[in-house]
Design a binder for this molecule. Structure first.
Ligand code: ZN
Length: 223
């Protein structure tokens, strides 16, 4: 069994080292990823926009379901969080690239979005592993600002869904590009802030303790 509540009592801290892979939420992650890949493949073969929309919905609904179930049944694991991050990138990149090949006019906002999502956001989202955290959903134990900008409910909704919805619902590429650039700026700011956070040399099992015991980072070089 994985560790449910760390000795410090914070939900979200973890002292677990060995983790099981076969949790119900991880099975959902696997199924929703396979479903998205198959639907996307079928969409490419059939050149079917509705199949591609189904692939996107399979990813979106499955992504909400696996996280929700993990929190409800207290089966959140660091392994599951990493798996979630990686499968998200696979699903979203497949759907977006397929859509762009059919609608070349969307290449600019889609390109900015993918740079943000597949590079900066992936880096930010995996950074929780530097502390004794179960997932980025508890990053407020380390830094409230980075958490609010990226993984609060509002942060999550605007970061991942907004650009896609603007493209699909309005077709306004200028607005979509501006929005994608705004999210990119939030990610760039978050990345800079993250790089200034002290990183603990060893994990204590409590993220708050980790954050306070970490050595201060070297001062930024002066221009
Ligand atoms: Zn703690």
């Amino acid at each position: 069994m994985t560790h449910l509540v760390a000795p410090c009592g914070h939900r979200g801290c973890t002292a677990a080292v060995g983790e099981v892979w076969w949790t119900a939420p991880n099975v959902i992650t696997g199924v929703r990823t396979a479903g998205t890949v198959v639907l996307c493949g079928a969409a490419i073969v059939e050149r079917g926009e509705m199949l591609l929309l189904a692939a996107l919905l399979c990813y979106w609904i499955g992504d909400i379901a696996d996280g929700l179930l993990a929190r409800l049944i207290h089966r959140e694991t660091r392994t599951g969080a990493v798996l979630d991050v990686l499968t998200d990138r696979l699903c979203v990149c497949l759907v977006v690239v397929t859509y762009v090949t059919w609608h070349p006019a969307t290449v600019v906002p889609a390109g900015v979005f993918l740079l943000q999502f597949a590079v900066l956001d992936a880096h930010l989202t995996l950074a929780f592993r530097n502390w004794s955290l179960l997932s980025p959903n508890y990053f407020f134990l380390v830094d409230a600002t980075v958490f609010r900008l990226n993984w609060s409910p509002v942060g999550k909704a605007t970061n991942t869904g907004a650009v896609v919805l603007v493209v699909l619902l309005t077709g306004a590429m200028g607005a979509a590009t501006l929005l994608a650039l705004a999210v990119l700026a939030v990610k760039a700011y978050s990345t800079a802030r993250l790089s200034r956070l002290p990183v603990p040399r060893t994990l204590s099992g409590c993220a708050v303790l980790d954050a306070h015991s970490a050595p201060s980072p070297a001062p930024a070089p002066q221009a």
